[in-house]
Write a new protein. Structure first.
Length: 364
């Protein structure tokens, strides 16, 4: 059986799950870990016994025996430079979303992967959610007929929202609805988005990073399907689960409703009260089983590299998602629809919008 040496750069919440998965599979001959936090690196090193553990990702770059790298670093400003360096050094890369912060960065990463004949994918784990996979099956086999509309509502607790929004100045559509844009576009292939209209509401998060609490985005596909995605991070800290998702898909021959709120696992104790302890975001280990899609997603990329098979999430599809949520941000700022694909003029307007946000001038 062919095996590889694999590395995880950034072993926090998500990267820790990647490391745990890789440490348990026979497909990895040697595991290498990297994190800038000595306490966290020591903790994960003790758990998973890697061949090497380093504070400097350049040690991963320089190790020619490592062929597969998972990049799970934060803040998201680190994604592009680390992925670029890994691809330049000839390593297959799985990069957490977003693919980049600028479209030109995404284009360069895609070009490097193609030029060096490398596997490159983005961590959109919802494609490995069994409920989403079932929806894909029912659309492809014609059970629903022709899809007419898709509705997604995804909301996080304030505690998780503040953790995410506090490290980078990005909106809910960029950091949360991005998952929904990805899997919806996958469900509706080969249709492509052609128009975006988005609105947002301010509240708790505005003083944290100038972000909307919630954003509602309507996407029109080139085949006429209408997609509505609501995403936010303002559920109260006492909410029993940190992520709650509801999905409705209607077609000419039927409808499919997916309850991904995880309310079917309900724990009530004298000390903690009521909680919904399970989640599919990102997916925790429960005994020998992964509750979410991140474990299977991690193994899928490993197998794609070993067997030279296609990745589930292409970087081109991730770029399309990036183009869409960038248009959504601009639409919410200007209160007008934005056409896709983006024109050069619109890309310039998005750059101006981002610069305004970086300067601290809150929109709205």
């Amino acid at each position: 059986m062919k095996t590889v040496e694999a590395a995880v750069i950034g072993v926090g919440w998500v990267g820790g799950t990647r490391a745990q998965t890789l440490a348990r599979t026979a497909l990895v001959d040697k595991l290498h870990l990297c994190d800038i936090r000595p306490d966290r690196l020591a903790e994960v090193k003790a758990l998973y016994k890697p061949a090497t553990a380093t504070f400097d990702y350049n040690d991963i770059i320089k190790n020619d025996n490592i062929s597969v790298v998972y990049i799970s670093t934060t803040p998201e400003t680190n994604h592009y430079p680390i992925a670029r360096d890994c691809l330049k050094s000839g390593k297959n890369v799985m990069l957490e979303k977003p693919i980049a912060l600028e479209l030109w960065e995404a284009d360069e990463l895609i070009m490097l992967a193609k030029r060096n004949n490398l596997k490159f994918t983005i961590g959109y784990s919802q494609r490995f959610n069994t409920k989403i996979a079932f929806a894909k099956e029912k659309i492809v086999d014609g059970t629903l007929g022709n899809v007419v509309s898709v509705l997604v509502s995804r909301h996080l607790s304030r505690s998780l929202g503040k953790k995410i929004a506090g490290r980078v100045r990005l909106s809910p559509v960029v950091m949360e609805s991005t998952h929904d844009l990805d899997f919806v576009f996958w469900l509706l292939e080969p249709a492509k988005p052609v128009r975006v209209y988005s609105q947002g509401a301010y509240g708790y998060m505005k003083p944290v990073n100038g972000s909307h609490d919630v954003m509602f985005t309507t996407v029109t596909m080139d085949n006429g399907v209408v997609v509505m995605i609501g995403g936010g991070w303002n559920f109260p800290p006492s909410y029993p689960n940190y992520c709650s998702t509801w999905i409705e898909i209607t077609g000419t021959e039927g409808a499919l409703v997916l309850d991904d709120t995880q309310r079917d696992n309900w724990l009530n104790t004298m000390t903690a009260g009521q909680v919904f302890p399970m989640s599919t975001m990102p997916g925790e280990q429960v005994g020998e089983v992964f509750a979410g899609g991140m474990g299977p997603e991690t193994i899928h990329f490993l197998e794609a590299c070993i067997r030279n098979t296609p990745v589930m999430v292409t970087p081109e599809s991730a770029r399309r998602v990036m183009e869409t949520y960038s248009a959504a941000d601009l639409s919410a700022d200007r209160n007008e629809p934005v056409d896709l694909p983006l024109s050069n003029e619109t890309i310039s307007q998005i750059a101006e919008f981002k610069e305004k946000n970086r300067s601290g001038a809150n929109p709205g």
